[in-house]
Design a protein around this ligand. Structure first.
Ligand code: IMP
Ligand code: MG
Length: 391
């Protein structure tokens, strides 16, 4: 899926081109993530149209579209059908919410239109096969020439029927999907792509601690161990700066002066990062949030995804130890903000003034955990894991 580009005006009049990414969607009480793209859907309908055309060279089939869900698939399929055809509609009902009730009722009937015809039933999705069974028995009582079934989606694991479906767009696992005509309690039919239901809760960690405390090093181990996405504010900033994005240029002016970047810039960058991974197991936020406003913004963002921060883990290291660590790192990393002792000390002042309040913020939520950040790297990883395992 291609994210839409939009132009946003920054607070201080600078225009920044951002990727406005809307990946996770909410329908009623559930969250859904992108699953099948428009291009894949088009390819599948085209394949079916060609297969049917190949089988019906010398006759005019009647497509009988099963409402409501199949209307978009049917529209694409029939538009791509190269020969003559007729079209009609039936309406059945069997579903409420996320699972089939097994009760199938006929609400709209085609009996008087299909006499002697070759009927192709157009279904959005075959799940348990109850609906299909009902359709097959309905047509078996009518005097038609032949019956074929075309289904855009087929949940082979859930299918309980005997009929071998003639034309299948895609086989999908037994997961609830929406979009391309399919609904969740009537919402989502209009989505041009298919989304699948978001499963499982994320484990979201804020790795907290002064510059040089070892957040980045530890995050590398933890992301492997817990299969999380590591979002390092530093890495995200440097990426934006290197690629001279609007936000990157803006952030540069602050970083060069040894200051923290204003909240709204940071939040916009981080938000895009989070939304790039709608299917993640969770995130490790490293270097973010740094202010109470950012922490509140992060809560809001995760809330929009139906998620929360599970824990804020602070790596505690003495300031003088840290100044030395950073100066050492500056010698090899080439990071300008690690080479000047005044700038480093300025970062600690900023940290103590603004960031330390986060301890209260997360303590207030019962989510703050302090871990001793001095010692062997593997030993510190163990200490962190002990906390994470309880979250
Ligand atoms: P079946 O009778 O269990 O095969 O279910 C068929 C009908 O259930 C379809 O026509 C859909 O209306 C609905 N359905 C099955 N699976 C899904 C899904 O994943 N999303 C939305 N609707 C579904
Ligand atoms: Mg249906």
């Amino acid at each position: 899926m291609l994210p839409a580009r939009s132009i946003l005006k920054g607070k201080n009049g600078i225009f920044a081109t951002l990727l406005a990414i809307q990946l996770v969607i909410k329908l009623h009480d559930k969250y859904f993530v992108p699953y099948i793209s428009e291009a894949q859907l088009q390819q599948a309908t085209q394949n079916i149209a060609q297969q049917i055309a190949g089988d019906f060279k010398d006759e005019t089939p009647m497509f009988v579209v099963v409402l409501n869900g199949a209307f978009i698939f049917a529209s694409d399929l029939i538009k791509q059908y190269p020969g003559n055809c007729e079209v009609s509609f039936v309406k059945l009902s069997s579903y409420y919410g996320l699972s089939s009730t097994g009760i199938v009722k006929t609400l709209l009937d085609v009996s008087d239109q299909v006499e002697g015809k070759s009927v192709i039933v157009v279904e959005d999705i075959v799940d348990t096969g109850n609906t299909l069974e009902e359709l097959i028995s309905m047509f078996s009582n009518l005097n038609i020439k032949q019956l074929k079934i075309a289904a855009m989606f087929y949940k082979s694991e859930a299918y309980d029927g005997d009929y071998n479906i003639d034309y299948v767009g895609m086989e999908i696992p037994d997961k609830f999907i929406v979009g391309y005509g399919l609904d969740y309690n009537e919402l989502g039919r209009n989505l041009p792509e298919v989304y699948k239901i978001k499963e499982g809760e994320m484990r979201n960690l804020v790795l907290f601690g002064p510059p040089g405390a070892g957040k980045g090093t530890q995050a590398e181990f933890l992301k492997e161990k817990y299969n999380l996405i590591h979002i390092s504010t530093g890495v995200v900033f440097r990426y934006n700066i290197k690629n001279e994005t609007g936000l990157g240029k803006l952030a540069r002016t602050y970083i060069d002066a040894g200051d923290l970047v204003p909240d709204e810039v940071t939040i916009d960058m981080l938000k895009d990062e989070v939304l790039k991974h709608p299917d993640a197991n969770g995130f490790i936020f490293d270097g973010f949030p740094r202010t109470e406003a950012q922490a509140a913004a992060l809560d809001e963002l995760l809330d929009q995804l139906g998620e929360t921060v599970n824990g804020c883990i602070a790596l505690e290291v003495d300031t003088e130890v840290l100044v030395q660590r950073l100066l050492e790192r500056g010698k090899t990393s080439g990071r300008s903000d690690d080479q000047d002792e005044d700038k480093i000390r300025n970062r600690f002042i900023e940290y103590n003034e603004k960031t330390a309040v986060l301890k209260d913020y997360y303590t207030g939520q019962g989510k703050f955990f302090a871990v001793d950040g001095v010692g062997e790297i593997s030993e510190i990883t163990k200490r962190l894991s002990k906390v994470i395992d309880t979250l």
